[in-house]
Design a protein. Structure first.
Length: 340
């Protein structure tokens, strides 16, 4: 579908170099170029305001480069393979979590609620959505089962994939506290500490390489930067336009409601993770990219699936509407006209 969308009229000109544009598949757009740059050349920082790529976390581009070196496939294609493999692993973990949570019949609706979401095509793109979903789902899965070594390593991997990966420490700590009466206190403490250690690695690298651990917040690519702002700045249109603003506002309302439902079901670890993630996104001062950033919030999709399972008409409308909006977003994304 993405390849077909690339042939449609109304495409904007690629901002990348002709050589890079020719090698890019249809799902390599916008931030994919930065991940390619980190994977191919490593981190660069120009204090004078030139091109810098230090605002992209390292695990995804490092795995891209490793996969490309191991298999010989081009970097962009390695990124897509990595995303699809991560998605497959994540879906297997989510199915197991859903079965343990609500029974075997809940697995398919829960996964469908995630995959029919309008921005789900990012799971196959050269973005971190699939890898982040996989690492956070693995941390949840392991913490629930008391496999603290896997929980700690998965949490550390999530922290090396995205800034908000550090929030995975909340559900890990919650499940560790619930298991306080069982043996293995040192393993539980290590599982809680591992994500915090993982979160420190990238700032430490930036400090060693460029003299500041906070470059992630200060350096931008000239079009976007991390600048926390008050909540009343949330609905700036910025570069997202009316369509993006509407999608972001709907997503905010939906995921706030789903987070409340997690607490009402007494799924405290999941609720803490969802609430902390939403708070971080709201604190960014803009809802731009919100419909993409909520994709890995699988506990909210579990709650959404619970609601839709009892309402088949709404479930059908969600699936049909989700696919329709997904196609619109995908066409605009491939044509360099919109990025969540």
């Amino acid at each position: 579908m993405a390849s077909l969308a690339a042939t449609l009229p109304g495409q904007r000109e690629s901002p990348w170099s002709p050589e890079l544009s020719r090698s890019a598949p249809a799902l390599a757009r916008f931030d994919a170029g930065w991940y390619y740059d980190v994977a191919a050349r490593g981190y660069r920082y120009d204090a004078a305001g030139g091109v810098s790529n230090v605002h992209f976390y390292p695990l995804y581009p490092l795995l891209m480069r490793g996969l490309s070196t191991l298999t010989g496939i081009p970097l962009f294609h390695a990124g897509i393979v990595l995303s699809l493999a991560s998605l497959l692993g994540a879906l297997l973990l989510l199915a197991d979590l859903l079965e343990a949570r609500s029974g075997r019949a809940a697995a398919l609706p829960g996964i469908a609620a995630l995959l029919f979401f309008p921005t789900a095509f990012y799971f196959a793109s050269i973005y971190t959505e699939s890898l982040f979903l996989f690492t956070t789902a693995a941390a949840f899965w392991a913490a629930r089962k008391g496999r603290w070594g896997i929980a700690g390593l998965s949490g550390a991997a999530a922290c090396l994939t995205r800034l908000n990966g550090v929030l995975i420490v909340l559900p890990i700590a919650w499940y560790a506290w619930k298991s306080a009466a069982r043996p293995g206190r040192s393993l539980r403490l290590a599982a809680v500490a591992a994500p915090l250690a993982g979160a420190a690695l990238f700032p430490l690298h930036l400090w060693r390489a460029f003299g500041s651990p906070l470059l992630f917040f200060r350096a931008g690519d000239g079009t976007w930067a991390h600048r926390p702002a008050p909540p009343w700045d949330l609905f700036r249109t910025g570069g997202q336009g009316a369509l993006g603003l509407l999608a972001s506002a709907v997503c905010l309302a939906l995921f706030l409601t789903l987070t409340v439902s997690l607490f009402r079901r007494r799924e405290v670890g999941e609720g803490l993770y969802a609430a902390a993630t939403l708070l971080l996104l709201v604190s960014s001062g803009s809802l731009e990219a919100f419909p993409r950033y909520v994709l890995p919030l699988f506990p909210c999709f579990f709650a959404l699936a619970d609601f839709l399972r009892r309402r088949p008409v709404l479930a059908f409308a969600y699936a049909l509407g989700g696919v329709g909006v997904l196609v619109i977003f995908l066409v605009r994304f491939v044509g360099w006209r919109w990025v969540a």
